[in-house]
Write a protein that binds this ligand. Structure first.
Ligand code: DP6
Length: 317
């Protein structure tokens, strides 16, 4: 008997960066994300009475891209399954398989969607196997957060706000946006986001981060509610620059931004300056650039795409 679930990725506009509690993944600041419904992870669980431990393998199926998960990645994944089993007091073992609806080379982090999908599949499997009631969406988001912070936002769509009270859906007038990634590198990052959360604490700019980010979040929510797209763009841009500055000024500094990153960012900024319009732009803990367009920006999106192709940069939609 198989238990399967899928969950989407999400892209934060105000970033979760820095933790109050590393074991429970309690964030130092509130974050907001847009859920990427087209970028999903799928997890399949099979209870096997012959197993003496949980085992992971890549899921091979049509229209799915098996993800290469390192030993460490597998251990982290299976550790979350143990957390879920403990919640249901279940002592059996599972074959765990997972894959993404997008290629690994797409330069997208899949930890949020993977852990959210595992949490959902485990809830399904464990409630059926134990006869206990399934957990609520908010309990699931809370458990998933303990595995990977950003995954808790994948339980709500299209917008998720994660603050000190928990994670919630958040109503905003932009309910459907088009997401693209300008792909600069799909290589494994030298510094993982979990490590980045640790190192930013040593930046001299971290002290003022809480204040800056709280104010920026408030302004961004207001701008999005009032459909002030240009203001939202500026706030999103400031936010990822703020985060990357923390990386680059940490005691043991590191940077994800390379020449091509700056070239594309310069181009997007010049586009905005000339047109007074453009996409929202953001970056995660990596070199790739994420853009979000409104649906009425089709013509403008086409022009930017053409330029990206002309310059020989790849984009993933
Ligand atoms: C830069 O959720 O990957 O993408 O909790 O250690 O698993 P862990 O970190 P993770 O951090 C994501 C950081 C970010 C910003 C964001 O998504 O908010």
């Amino acid at each position: 008997m198989f238990y399967e679930a899928t969950a989407p990725a999400n892209i934060a506009l105000i970033k979760y960066m820095g933790k109050k509690d590393e074991h429970l993944n309690k964030a130092d600041n509130a974050s907001i994300s847009y859920t990427l419904a087209h970028l999903k992870s799928r997890v399949r669980l099979e209870a096997d009475p012959l197993l003496r431990q949980d085992v992971w393998s890549a899921l091979v199926a049509n229209a799915l891209y098996p993800l290469p998960l390192s030993e460490l990645g597998q251990a982290r994944f299976l550790k979350h399954l143990i957390r879920m089993k403990e919640r249901f007091a279940y002592t059996g073992f599972f074959r765990v398989q997972s894959a993404n609806s997008f290629p690994h080379a797409a330069g997208l982090a899949s930890s949020a969607s993977s852990f959210a999908a595992l949490t959902l599949a485990a809830n399904e499997a464990l409630s059926q196997l134990t006869g206990l009631p399934p957990l609520s969406n908010s309990e699931l988001a809370d458990l998933s957060r303990q595995a990977s912070g950003s995954s808790c936002r994948s339980f709500y769509a299209p917008w998720a706000l994660w603050d000190e009270t928990g994670v919630h859906g958040y109503a905003l007038p932009y309910t459907q946006l088009t997401h693209q990634v300008f792909l600069i590198s799909s290589e494994e990052k030298a510094v993982s986001s979990s490590e980045a959360h640790r190192r930013v604490l040593t930046s001299p700019y971290y002290e003022g981060r809480g204040f800056r980010v709280a104010e920026r979040l408030e302004h961004l929510l207001r701008a999005l509610k009032q459909q002030q797209w240009a203001t939202a763009y500026q706030l999103c841009f400031d936010e990822f620059q703020d985060m990357h500055q923390l990386f680059e000024t940490a005691k043991d500094p590191f940077s994800y931004r390379v020449d091509a990153t700056f070239k594309i960012l310069d181009y997007l900024q010049a586009f905005w300056k000339q047109e007074g319009d453009g996409p929202l732009v953001t970056m995660d803990a990596g070199p790739n650039i994420h853009v979000l367009y409104r649906l009425d920006q089709n013509a403008l999106q086409k022009r930017i795409q053409d330029k990206i192709e002309q310059e020989g940069w790849a984009y993933v939609a």
